[in-house]
Design a protein around this ligand. Sequence first.
Ligand code: ATP
Length: 248
Amino acid sequence: PTTPAGLRVDRLDIRYGRALPAVRQVCLHVEPGSVAALLGANGAGKSTLLRAVSGTLPLHGGAVTGGTVEVDGRPLDWRDAASTVAAGVVQVPEGRRVFPALSVADNLDAGALGPRSPRGARRRAARDEVYDLFPVLARRRGQPAGTLSGGEQQMLAIGRALMAAPRLLLLDEPSLGLAPRVVQTVAEVIRQINRSGVTVVLVEQNAALALGVADHAHVLDLGRVRLSGAAAQLATSDEVRRLYLGEA
Ligand code: ATP
């Protein structure tokens, strides 16, 4: 039984080396128990923002040069991934990155190595919860992850993240490269995870998916927040429809 986390990003600046800032003065409030979507073109800074929240920015050579990230009012140290894990923040990386030679079950257990992760019988129960959410993973539990389809590997990557008992789940492009039918499954799964008490921040190129799932959405452009609002409201904005929903 976890409680969903709230996220507050205030005037965040991020750079990679001496390049122009990748994120500039970004402010973002995500209410506990809600789903927030980050939209924007390639290079807008969406992944960079997620990395600052998940503590993986140093792995990519980035640095926070100003501003703050808080989970439930407590500041995160962007240099210290352990502080984000302790706060219950877990990221599903872009591109899935499951361990192809390990079985589905072992991939799930690999997600349960953190300090908040369940052990023993509770770990088995956590695995069963993932199998309830993704019956296809239960059927393939003994199979090497590399033999799964792209959609199944995405389910596994999400399931593995759930094994760490997140309070705030960060999803980077979960629909990338998936067939339309599978995209619908991903949307439904995100809703279910959210209903189970997990705050979700979703980065998506597929604006229709994101706006259909999210409570609030934020459009990034060249590292800045350009538009913010209720997802249903942004879905009717001319700019969003033209630029992100492919409408004339
Ligand atoms: P995408 O959908 O392409 O991932 P994005 O909105 O997530 O787009 P970011 O990947 O966050 O955008 O990129 C924001 C800016 O930071 C871009 O100018 C990009 O070139 C730069 N950038 C991203 N990662 C790195 C890195 N590891 N080193 C240097 N620059 C980077």
